[in-house]
Design a protein around this ligand. Structure first.
Ligand code: DC
Length: 229
């Protein structure tokens, strides 16, 4: 049987990660956080002295290093949603800083960086039932996915969520700072020349502002059930 593919796109902090992880866990699918791959690319650049603006340098790094995503093992369950390995080193938390958020958004404007990562993502989705989330999954990585979703929420709601997340992780940032950073990233993700984030044809637009996470997960799982009969 063909693998079942659920593709989710949406802007920063729309709830994609949490929703995708929970839907995957409920359905027994593999959760694939593609943003983690762009974050790890930014980290690779930083560690190797390659500027985030240096497309050829970043592509070469990707050819010589391996990024692997996997479901956290029992020992790794420390609040992370996914384990990210860079050449077998666990970088799951190192890629979650504000610096890497910015870096990932910058490295992701490059066409050849995107091409390399998109190919990896497509290979994974050919093998497993997946819930894959990112910024180009519904129209570039998995345009034929059985279910395509665009998760959406207002910038205020998203900034509030992201601010809360950072405070819980002990980071000392103001709401204003988080809001400004989020708007800057949205702007870059939605206006880059290669595959800017947009609502794909046939995507189901789901506004998460008035819903709890559980409600979003419930409606998505109900839709999958309808599609699979
Ligand atoms: O989802 P995230 O915040 O971890 O993503 C980090 C950055 O990576 C985001 O600002 C844009 C980029 N990205 C992308 O361009 N395409 C994807 N499929 C996923 C992320």
């Amino acid at each position: 049987m063909e693998p079942f593919q659920i593709a989710i796109d949406g802007p920063v902090a729309a709830g994609k990660g949490t929703v995708a992880r929970l839907v995957a866990s409920r359905l027994g699918f593999l959760y694939v956080d593609t943003g983690a791959m762009y974050r790890t690319t930014a980290l690779l650049g930083k560690r190797n002295g390659v500027e985030w603006s240096d497309e050829a340098g970043l592509v070469s790094l990707l050819q010589h290093h391996e990024i692997e995503l996997r479901t956290p093992s029992e020992q790794e369950k420390d609040g992370r949603s996914i384990t990210v390995l860079l050449d077998t080193e666990d970088v799951s938390w190192e890629i979650r800083t504000e610096e890497m958020s910015r870096g990932s958004s910058i490295v992701s404007v490059h066409q050849h960086v995107r091409k390399a990562l998109v190919e990896q993502q497509q290979r994974i989705a050919q093998k497993y039932d997946v819930v894959m989330e990112g910024r180009d999954i519904t129209f570039r990585v998995l345009p034929s996915a059985q279910l395509k979703i665009y998760l959406h929420a207002s910038p205020e709601v998203r900034a509030k969520r992201r601010h809360q997340e950072l405070l819980v992780r002990g980071m000392d940032v103001s709401f204003e700072q988080v809001y400004a950073e989020l708007k800057e990233r949205d702007d870059r993700d939605m206006n880059r020349s290669v595959d800017p984030l947009h609502i794909a044809d046939g995507a189901w637009v789901l506004d998460t502002s008035p819903l709890t996470i559980d409600e979003v997960v419930d409606v998505i799982c109900a839709r999958v059930k309808e599609l699979r009969v």
